[in-house]
Structure formats: structure tokens, C-alpha cells
Design a protein around this ligand. Sequence first.
Ligand SMILES: Nc1nc2c(c(=O)[nH]1)N[C@H]1C(S)=C(S)[C@@H](COP(=O)(O)OP(=O)(O)OC[C@H]3O[C@@H](n4cnc5c(=O)[nH]c(N)nc54)[C@H](O)[C@@H]3O)O[C@H]1N2
Ligand SMILES: Nc1nc2c(c(=O)[nH]1)N[C@H]1C(S)=C(S)[C@@H](COP(=O)(O)OP(=O)(O)OC[C@H]3O[C@@H](n4cnc5c(=O)[nH]c(N)nc54)[C@H](O)[C@@H]3O)O[C@H]1N2
Ligand code: SF4
Ligand SMILES: [Mo]
Length: 759
Amino acid sequence: MDAAEASAGTVPVSRRQFLQIAAATFGAAGAGCSTRTTPTETGLRTVNTTCDVCFWKCGVVATVRDGKLWKLEGNPLDPLSRGRLCPRGTAGIGMLEDPHRLRTPLIRTGKRGAEQFKAVSWDEALDHIAEKLKKLAAEHGTETIAFFKHGIGAYYVEHAFKAFGTPNVAAPSFAQCRGPRDVGFNLTFGTNPGTPENTDIARAKTLVLIGTHLGENMHNSQVQEFADFLRAGGTLIVADPRFSVAASKARFYLPVKPGTDIALLLAWMNVIVREGLHDREYVGEHGHGFDKFAAAIADKTPEQAAPETDIEARLIRETARAMAMTRPATLIHPGRRSTWHGDDAQRGRDVALLNALMGNWGREGGFYMPSCIGLEDYPGTPKYPKSARGKADNKNEAGNKRWPFADQTVSTGLREATVTGVPYPIKAWVVDATNLLQAIAGRARTLEAINTLDFLLVIDTVPSEIAGYADVVLPEAMYLERHDTLNDDCLRMSFLALRQPVLDPPHKQKPGWWIGKELGRRLGLEAFFPWNDLEECLKVRVTNGGFDWMELKTKGILIGPQAPLYVDQGAEVSYDTPSGKVEFWSQQLADKGFDPVPRYTPPEAGPEGAYRLITGRALMHTFSRTVGNPRLAQLMPENTMWVNAGEARRLGVANGQRVRLRNQDGVVSDPVAVQVTERIRPECVYMVHRFGSESRAWKGAYRKGASTAQLTTRVKVDPLMGSTSIHGNFVTLLPAMGGTGAGLPQQAAGQRSTERARG
Ligand SMILES: Nc1nc2c(c(=O)[nH]1)N[C@H]1C(S)=C(S)[C@@H](COP(=O)(O)OP(=O)(O)OC[C@H]3O[C@@H](n4cnc5c(=O)[nH]c(N)nc54)[C@H](O)[C@@H]3O)O[C@H]1N2
Ligand SMILES: Nc1nc2c(c(=O)[nH]1)N[C@H]1C(S)=C(S)[C@@H](COP(=O)(O)OP(=O)(O)OC[C@H]3O[C@@H](n4cnc5c(=O)[nH]c(N)nc54)[C@H](O)[C@@H]3O)O[C@H]1N2
Ligand code: SF4
Ligand SMILES: [Mo]
């Protein structure tokens, strides 16, 4: 059935038909490898826009030939791409080609999770949503709607929901990603590295990557700067239990035992302080509580850290001295995802403190001071209503904060409020561009929450796992088919970047701004959308900011003024902490009963014979955005499981052999190919996150590889800020069907993977 046909009907359709609706013959619309705006268009044209295959938002030059998208290249004017795209950006074409894209709004007909929907018109879908939301608001209050999002595409739908009155807006990029790092830095410097990070990588003389795996973690200009750093002969120190791509470029590689970073960081600081190698002038002028800090780490010697970290004391000393030698042009990279072992904000604080000892905040080769344009809103846009009940994510029964240092909404806190009704029940979720079933740890708890909801709205581009549980699914146009809000991130120089359509959506897909505005209209929020279309809104904002709209439209990027980058160029640096200084000793932590100087606790050991499961990124994929992208799937169709060569020998498993993994709670994964390698420590195994999708409708991704999220049933919550730590899960290897493996538990041969509960 064609989507247009399907949309006319109100007859319930079977799951098979849903698959067809989501997935029908998109390929036919664009014969072969690409899509077509109008069949009559001929010749070449280019449109400058921005990439959305990940959140770096690189500037893209899109070339259309005879009405089909032909190629995507980096925009040379753009500071985030510097004229080059990563493989995912180039393969953005594959997202348009994906024959399984959502095509039309859908309303659920079967039970939750059964992926049974009827296709409806936009009017029917939006009227239905508005009616539901108004009823919920009247009965329970607008706060009982939680909005989950990831990325700027969700901006105007979020705007509609904030205007409607919910304060409960969360992104997994806080409590599941960079939150602990940012909170650790906030507690120390009163600010944090932000996004994009204000790291001066190219100018550093020494760069320390503790955990963060630049090169596999592909944020375009950051990796280019990393290459500049290496080319200039900088000293690279990498601490990672896995010999990452970055480790292969390192002068010093420290194969640290997983979960012992705090011991390593404290020992590095112990050496630096004990030998007086820190920036004493900086610490004297800007440091707070340094003597108490020095006393607290006085016994954290490399000898004490060596048995914990499995790194020789001599190597810890040597690397600490190497860092001090080039300060302040020594950068201990803050990392990004930092949801590891439950003490992650304190780990983030240790990274911040080690940087503070280098005196590198606002110094060349450390952290530069970023600039941004900060355009005003569209004139006359009203203020959002204020909720009397406040946010629901971070309050306990007594009305106190559960996590005193969380400064953004904790997604998992909203999930808890949904399940427990404390501090008040959450009745509806709106999920826009985030796949919560894989993004937030504890899938069973997420499903429990979903099953208590009165209403779940999912806005996505493909039939994602979370979409399979929705009451209503809205198909968003792809990033190459829409305007989004402007990118005015803070960077070395201020800039504006425009995402604008290259092609029209091929079916009934609509841009997020249109969905927000249309929903807003139905909810009586016209005042919040005083423009006809987003282009008009952006034009006014850009023009009012003193910039030339036509120039932005043509170039895609405008560069604005740049403030001084470094203190010695006149940059102003202030520390927004209670003491107004860099807090080596934190009274605010002490006041809340936490360690004022981070303390090391050994990670919990796993069951006998089990391996700690650690995870990371692959160059050619972004989470669940790309697994079904036909072009990227060619490069990496599924993940593998890295296992240490000695362990593989002992277990009798061969490279390429398929195994299943069973975790400490008995959950069994889908089969995954073993990658036997010397490049990982023996006590852990490694898999790239986001494979093993459960959505039957997204055929390109369905059960490709194994899911790390499925195996992450044990989660530790950071007591400072509520993030969910996922590196405390352990797996044993089981032979997959027909496989052997002398050391594998044979009784489990042929075992099936755990059914990931649906509905
Ligand atoms: N290609 C690509 N790039 C991406 C993304 C993507 O999806 N695809 N996602 C982006 C996003 S949102 C984020 S947040 C970042 C995340 O990027 P990072 O912050 O770099 O990633 P992590 O996943 O935290 O770290 C993974 C690395 O930590 C190592 N590791 C595991 N346990 C330990 C330990 O106990 N100690 C130490 N020292 N190392 C350990 C792993 O072996 C691995 O090399 O990547 C971004 N870049
Ligand atoms: N086990 C485990 N869990 C993790 C991590 C990990 O390493 N391991 N990493 C964590 C980190 S660092 C992060 S940042 C989060 C990220 O987790 P998510 O927020 O889930 O990130 P994505 O997978 O990029 O976004 C997912 C959804 O957005 C949809 N989408 C893509 N493009 C569009 C669009 O244009 N419009 C709309 N409406 N939807 C779109 C995709 O189809 C997909 O369903 O996950 C976290 N969770
Ligand atoms: S880093 Fe790659 S995927 Fe991310 S925005 Fe840039 S080109 Fe796109
Ligand atoms: Mo992230």
C-alpha cells in the first residue's frame, strides 16, 4: 500500500502493513541512489546547509544534479568542518535513500510495542494529539507532560511544549552523556567545556586522553585539530584499557584497568604537587583551598595507585612530569561521555583539578575563551509560563533535591517520576529525535514507565524502537529537507550557520518547526509562533542581529566577531564558584556530605570468569541514527566484540566466531562476531554501542549486531547529579548456534537471546 493511499484510510492495519507504510517503495521515488525534488529539474545546483548525522552540525555543501542529491561536501567557510565531512556526513545521502523511512503520521491500533498502526492524515494526527494533551492538562496540569529531545531539530516542538507549560524537558546528552564531566568542571571552575568543547587541542604541546577516544569518537573539527597536534609533534598520553586509534599515535600508552581512573588522576596530581611542578603562581592567585587539597592527596602516591590501575609507578611519575613540562600548553582532555562507574562527577572533577594544576584555563594550548553571537528571539515572542509545581525530575518525597548538583533536567529522574508518581505523576511523554530505549540505561524501567503513560508521542524519521511503542508517530522530514533553528554555538570565533532545505520531503514528512507551529495553533499558542514559516522567522532574527540574511542563505555560514582567546591577549576569565576562585577544596561538596576532594573507590568486581563490558563509538556510525543507513551499513553492518587474544585462546574462541553474551543478570544477547585482539586488556570486552535494534520495521537495522543497552541491566546513579553509569556490567561468552569453543559453557549451546519484552 502506498503511503498516500494508506493515509486516507482509518481502517486498522496489521503490523505487516505498518512495515509497508513505513517502508514502502521510497527507492522508486528517486530511481537508484538518490532522491528527486521535481522530475523536471535539470542541471546542477548547490545549497549550503548543515549536517545532522551527529551533533557537531558541520557546514555542508549539497550538490543536486538533475533533481537528485548527488553529493555532500564540507563547507570551506565553516569552522566545524573546515571544508571536510566525516564518513557519516558524506553518507547523509543514505538517510534520504533509506527505503524504511517513516512516510506518514501513524496512530496506534495494537497494543503498545506491537508496532501496529493505522496511517492517518496530518490533520487527524494533530487534532488527536491536541485533544489528548488538552484533556491531560485539564485533569492533571501541563507539567505532567515530559519532553525528551536530542539536537536542534527538536527546537520548535520543544518551544510549543514549553509554551504549553511543561518545565520537564530533558535530553539524554546530560545524565547519559556529558553531565558528570560538566558538573565536575562546574564545581571546580564554575563553568565547563561546553559543546563544542573550548579545548585548544591544536596548540597544546601535551595532550592527555583519559578514556576519550578521539578518532573513533568523530567530532569533525576536533579530530582535525587532533591531527594538527600530532603533526606538530605534540606529546600524546593515552590512558585506556583498549588500544584505541588514538593510543596508536601516543608517546605514552597506559592500559589502565577499567574503573580506576580516579586512582590514576590522584596519583598524577600527587606527583605534580609533591614535586612542586604545578603552576604555583596561578594556583596562588586563583586557587581556593589548595593546602587542604594538597594534604588530601599527599598519600595518593603512584605506588599506591599502581596495583589498582595496573600501571607501573614509574610510568605514572614519568607521564605526570611530561604533563608539567609543557604547561600551560598541556591539555587533559575533559572527555565527553562520562557515565561510567557511579562516581563520575568526582572523576570529572579530578580531570578539572589536574587541568587547574596546569594553569591552562584561558591559556594557549589549554582551554580558550569562546565567543558566540547569541541572537535575540523573534520580536514579541511571549515568555513561557512558569510552573508552580516546578520540575519533576529531581525531587524526593520531602521535596528536596535528590541530586544537589544536577543543573539540567535528569532524563532518568523524569522516568522515575513517571513510574513512582513522586513528586507528581508524569502522564505523557513526547519523544523527539531520541531513542530512549537504547539511550537511557535500564530498558526494563523505561518500558515500565512507558506502560504507565496515558499518551506517548514520538517524532522520528525512521520507525525507531521507541516509535514502536508510541500512541502517535509523526514522520519528520530529514535534515536535508528542512529549516531548523540557527546554530550559534560558542567557538574560537563567533559564527552563524543555517540549516536549510536542499530537497522537498519525498512523502508526507514535515519539518519539526511546522509540527511545533501546527500543534501550537491547536493548543491556542499562536502568539508563540508569530511568523508564517521558519525562513521568515530566521530572516528577522538574523537581520535584527545586524547580519545579512541573503549572505547567510548563500554561504550557509557567517563569521562574527572574535573576542580574545587567551588571558595574555586580554581575555577576561572569571570563576563562578562560591569562592570566586578555582575550588581545589570544595566547601559546597562538603556541605552536602560529599568528599571535598575526590576519593578513589575500587570498582565492584564481577562474577568469577565474567568480563567487564565497556563501550564506545565507531567512526562510521552515530548511535541509532545510522545503523540502518544503507551506505554506512555497507562499511560497518554490525558491531563485533573485542576480546583479548590470551583470553580467546583460553576459551577456545576464534576470530570471527559468533557468540552470545550473557550478563550477570542472565540476559542473553543476539549473536555477535568475536574480534580477537591484543588491543584490549584481559578483564574487559568492548563493543560499539547502538547495534541490535529491536524495531522490526526499520529493516536495515533490525537485530544487526548485539545491543550493549540490552546487556546494561545494572546501573549506578551518580549521587551528585543523577547520571546513569553503565560500565558495571559483566558478560560471559556462550557459543551461538552451531558454534564451538572449548572453554565456553557448553550447556548453554544453542541458547536463544533474551526476548526484549515488547508491550
Ligand atoms: N563516530 C562517532 N563519533 C561520536 C559519536 C558517535 O555516535 N559516533 N557520538 C558523540 C557523542 S554524543 C559523544 S558523548 C562522544 C563520546 O566519546 P568519548 O567521550 O570519547 O567516548 P566514551 O564512550 O566515553 O569513551 C570510550 C573510550 O573509553 C575507553 N574506556 C572504557 N572504560 C574506561 C576506563 O575505565 N578508563 C579509561 N581511561 N578508559 C576507558 C574505551 O575503551 C573507549 O576507547 O562521541 C561523540 N562522537
Ligand atoms: N549503553 C549505552 N547507552 C548510551 C551511550 C553508550 O555509549 N552506551 N551513549 C550515551 C550518549 S553519549 C548519548 S549522547 C545518548 C544519545 O542517544 P540518542 O538521543 O538516542 O541519540 P540518537 O541515536 O542520535 O537519536 C536517536 C533517534 O533520533 C532519530 N532521528 C535521527 N534524525 C532525526 C531527525 O532529523 N528528526 C527526528 N525527529 N528524529 C531523528 C533516530 O532515528 C533515533 O531514533 O545515548 C547515551 N546512551
Ligand atoms: S562530524 Fe560528521 S556526522 Fe557529525 S556533523 Fe560533522 S560531518 Fe556530520
Ligand atoms: Mo553523547
